[in-house]
Every structure is written in structure tokens, then in C-alpha cells.
Design a protein. Structure first.
Length: 337
């Protein structure tokens, strides 16, 4: 996809005012439905964490956090990238039981993000995490959770369409999830890039959960980067949906069963990150003191793009854009918030 791509003849289904009303309704609907489906309670979350705790996520391992000092506290802080590790600590601190979980409204800054139709340096997502039993660390449990989340998407879209009939011009979310592994896609299309493989598969399977991301495939390369200290690379994946407006697959959620002490030990070594073993979060996990969990993040702006038929993420969130993006949207008549 080009940096900024506005399809020929694109016209949004909703005007600016109705878009704002629909965004507010969509967010309320989805988070309430998600909380009920997965037995999650809403909690407050930090915008920044202390740098020395190791709680901030490293994403693919190369992104730089926005850092600043807090003179009054004598501490250095980092704006969060996401809350994968913080959530697991919160479940430990709040003493959640098996089958219970939390979700939160997460806002982040990813300064090294390359902005385009789907990416912004501002990130808003529902971060969620749930305590599971050892017997739940299976592919079947992961798949059942993915299916429940897709059901929430379908329910949200149904209500939105009843409130905003203009949205009936958009295709329905396919409630049937196709489960496929990153290795299967590489075997089928070895000469395509990872994103090209995703597009090729999701075009034919419009709701897909792509599994096994982070570890090296048979080619020696991972499908995509994942930090070694939150998802178990053998039990994770991305929820991908076909975006008819853009003609591409979009990643709506990255999620998975989290690392156990054993898989964290393996993945830290494999990623060359053994220095993290002495950080407070990692020490607790390696000692088996943190609960086993499943969790992920669900992009709020991306869900709004999909269900409201928007071509650019700047139509549903306020951020900072480069001159090229602003000009391309202005020429196409696209209003950025």
C-alpha cells in the first residue's frame, strides 16, 4: 500500500458529525459486548510507566519509547507502547481468579511508526487480559477466544447498521473465522512478502486468524516481529479482516496466550534478550509467581475504519500528519480530524 492511498471515487458513508456520533456509539457497544463475552472488568491504565520496571512493551524490539524525567519523583518514565506486561502484573496485584480478566482504554505514542492509511504515531486500542488455567494453554482455547471476539464484532456492526442505515452499503463482517498458520502461508507463497501472503489469503477468507508469529519459519525468517516476553510465539496470532474500501487485509488485533516461565526462558535466549531476566516483571514470571494469561489489543481506530467504511485512519482519530499525507487527503476531499 502507498503511504497515502485514497481509492478512486471514494466517498465516506457518514458526514463528519455523524462519524463522531457513530464512533462514540461503536466504542460503547464493542467494549460492553467484549467485556460480557470474555468476562472482563474495566480498569484504569497508565499513560506512562517507570522505565526501570521493564513493563513497557518492546513490540518488535526496535521501537524507541517516548521518555521523560519526573523531577518530583526522581524517576524516568516512558509513554507506553502497549500494556501487555502491565496487564499481567495488574491481574497479579488485583488477585483475579481463573476465568476472570480486565480490559482498559489504552492510549499510546509510537514515535517510530511509519504513518499511512492504517498507521499513526497515536495508538488507541482496547487492551485486555484474562487469567487462564494450565489446561487452557492450547490452540483450541486460543481459537475459541478469537471466535468470541469476532462474534462481538458482528453484534456491534449489526447495531450500528440499525442506527446508521447509510452503513448498510458496506459488506458484513464474516463471522466464520479461517485459522491458518504463518508457516502454511509461507509454504504456499514462498516468493511473496509476508504482507502479500496476508492479502492473498484474506481476500479469499475475509476473517482470518493468522497463527504462529514471532519465531523463525522454515525460511529462517519470522512472519513478523514480536517481543519475546509477552506472547508465546507458538500460541499467538493476528486477527485479519478484509477491508473492501482499501482492497487490503487489515490487522485488527494482535493477541495470544502469554509466555509461561518455560517459554519465556526459551524466547529470551532465542531473541538475545537474556539481560531482561533481572527486570522485576521478568523475575516474577520466571519464578512462576505471575498468573498464566491470554490477552491482546484490539485497535479502536481500525475497528472504526472498518465498520464505518473509512479510507484513512485520520478520519477517525486526531493525530499529527506529514505534509504529503495532508495534501493527498485534501486533494481527494478526505477530512482528517
Amino acid at each position: 500500500m502507498d503511504k497515502t492511498y485514497i481509492p478512486q471515487g471514494y466517498a465516506p458513508c457518514l458526514n463528519l458529525y455523524d462519524t463522531q456520533k457513530a464512533i462514540a456509539l461503536l466504542k460503547r457497544l464493542f467494549e460492553d459486548t467484549l467485556g460480557g463475552a470474555l468476562h472482563l472488568r474495566r480498569v484504569s491504565a497508565p499513560l506512562f510507566v517507570e522505565a526501570s520496571t521493564g513493563l513497557n512493551d518492546d513490540l518488535s524490539g526496535v521501537e524507541r519509547a517516548v521518555s521523560f524525567d519526573i523531577p518530583a519523583a526522581g524517576r524516568d518514565a516512558q509513554v507506553v507502547h502497549s500494556l501487555a506486561k502491565w496487564k499481567r502484573m495488574a491481574l497479579y496485584r488485583y488477585q483475579f481468579s481463573v476465568g476472570e480478566g480486565l480490559y482498559t482504554d489504552m492510549n499510546a505514542i509510537r514515535r517510530d511508526e511509519q504513518p499511512d492509511n492504517l498507521h499513526s504515531v497515536y495508538v488507541d486500542q482496547w487492551d485486555w487480559e484474562k487469567v487462564i488455567a494450565p489446561r487452557d494453554r492450547t490452540e483450541d482455547y486460543l481459537k475459541a477466544t478469537v471466535t468470541a471476539i469476532v462474534d462481538c464484532l458482528v453484534q456491534t456492526q449489526t447495531t450500528l447498521r440499525s442506527m446508521f442505515p447509510q452503513l448498510t452499503a458496506l459488506p458484513l463482517v464474516d463471522g466464520e473465522v479461517s485459522f491458518v498458520s504463518a508457516q502454511e502461508l509461507e509454504d504456499r507463497w514462498p516468493d511473496l512478502t509476508a504482507k502479500e501472503r496476508e492479502d492473498a489469503w484474506v481476500k479469499e477468507h475475509p476473517t482470518t486468524f493468522l497463527m504462529g508469529i514471532g519465531g523463525p519459519l522454515r525460511s529462517g525468517k519470522p512472519h513478523d516481529g514480536r517481543a519475546p516476553d509477552y506472547d508465546d510465539w507458538a500460541l499467538n496470532g493476528d486477527l485479519l479482516l478484509w477491508n473492501e474500501v482499501l482492497g487490503h487485509a487489515i490487522e485488527l488485533s494482535s493477541m495470544g496466550i502469554r509466555v509461561s516461565p518455560e517459554s519465556l526462558d526459551r524466547q529470551l535466549t532465542a531473541a538475545g534478550c537474556d539481560d531482561r531476566r533481572e527486570l522485576p516483571f521478568h523475575k516474577l514470571l520466571l519464578e512462576g509467581k505471575l498468573p498464566l494469561t491470554i490477552g491482546g489489543g484490539i485497535g479502536q481506530s481500525r475497528l472504526c475504519m472498518l465498520l464505518l467504511g473509512k479510507a484513512h485512519i485520520g478520519e477517525v482519530q486526531a493525530s499529527v500528519w506529514d505534509d504529503e499525507t495532508i495534501t493527498a487527503c485534501q486533494e481527494a476531499g478526505v477530512v482528517l480530524l
